[in-house]
Design a protein around this ligand. Structure first.
Ligand code: PLP
Length: 282
């Protein structure tokens, strides 16, 4: 029977919880990016470590600017954590540039994490109102150097279009996109259908090169969905750190993010966040 719980096993008091890392940008508005990831990790009872890649100057109306962290500092954060604390699963979010993508890949390899630690790549390219969070010139490095190392890649429909040139408009094109994305080399590709606003169901399609798995949830009628993609990928990462198989981890993440979207709230003058603390507050 499918798992319908939105909690993961907790470590006994005083014992080390599962250890996960996010490699992501900061959202000064507190809704998305590293802040959303750490919130999800905390809520799901895993120890979250963080390698900051960029600082966005952002509120609910949009991203005004971003500042990239020097590549040796990005690499240093990952190495410092890997060599001491350890990483049982990781996710990437905003990576901003080719140089940062290359530093992440090189460090991932140098620390012996490749092929041993599950890696979820959320290929963040733009904010949900379209401001770029990745230089256009970095798309090739994302596609050719990072995605092939991913256990799972989790694009939304805009990111799919940029990565494989397919406009997803229905089930057939969603399958085409899953095949094309999987051909880039990740173990699993998840095409998130949440932005397909014509449907009353939010359906995500997972593909491992042979079998399709569909994850559907009733669409929640809200414009406040900032941080949804990050929260989903972070929850999947937490479940992978517990050794859940990818389809189970995705099912878990989908249940978790759907609860968070149901709890979304208005904030500022623009698009509010999903409630990453649903169940604890609201
Ligand atoms: N990471 C950062 C730093 C961001 O600013 C954003 C969006 O603005 C994202 C990731 C992706 O956000 P979402 O989960 O809403 O797709």
């Amino acid at each position: 029977m499918a798992d319908t719980t939105t909690s993961l096993p907790l470590a006994p008091p005083g014992q080390t919880p599962r250890r996960v890392m996010t490699i992501a940008g900061s959202d000064s508005g507190g809704s998305a990016g590293l802040q959303a990831d750490m919130r999800a990790f905390a809520m799901l009872g895993v120890h979250g470590s963080a390698a900051l890649t960029a600082v966005t100057v952002q509120n609910t109306l949009g991203v005004k600017a971003f500042h990239e962290i020097p590549v040796d500092v990005v690499a240093g954060q990952i190495s410092a954590v890997a060599s001491d604390i350890g990483i049982e699963a990781a996710k990437t979010g905003m990576l901003a540039s080719t140089a940062i993508i290359r530093a992440v890949v090189a460090t991932w390899l140098a620390e012996g994490l490749d092929g041993t630690v599950p890696l979820v790549v959320d290929p963040v390219c733009a904010s949900n109102v379209g401001e770029p969070l990745l230089h256009a010139s970095a798309l090739d490095a994302l596609r050719d150097e990072l995605i092939p190392r991913a256990t799972l890649v989790t694009p939304n429909l805009d990111e799919v279009r940029l990565l494989v040139g397919i406009d997803v408009v229905d089930d057939v094109t969603q399958r085409d996109a899953a095949r094309a994305l999987h051909a880039l080399g990740p173990q699993w590709a998840l095409i998130k259908g949440g932005h397909l606003r014509t449907s009353r169901i939010s359906s995500d399609l997972l593909f491992d090169g042979s079998e399709f798995h569909e994850f559907a949830a009733a669409r929640v009628d809200t414009r406040h969905d900032h941080g949804a993609g990050d929260t989903l990928a972070a929850a999947i990462t937490a479940a992978l750190a517990h050794g859940r198989p990818v389809p189970d981890a995705v099912a878990f993440g989908k249940l978790w993010v759907t609860e968070c979207i149901r709890g979304a709230y208005p904030l500022g003058h623009g698009l509010g966040p999903v409630n990453g603390m649903v169940g604890l507050h609201g």
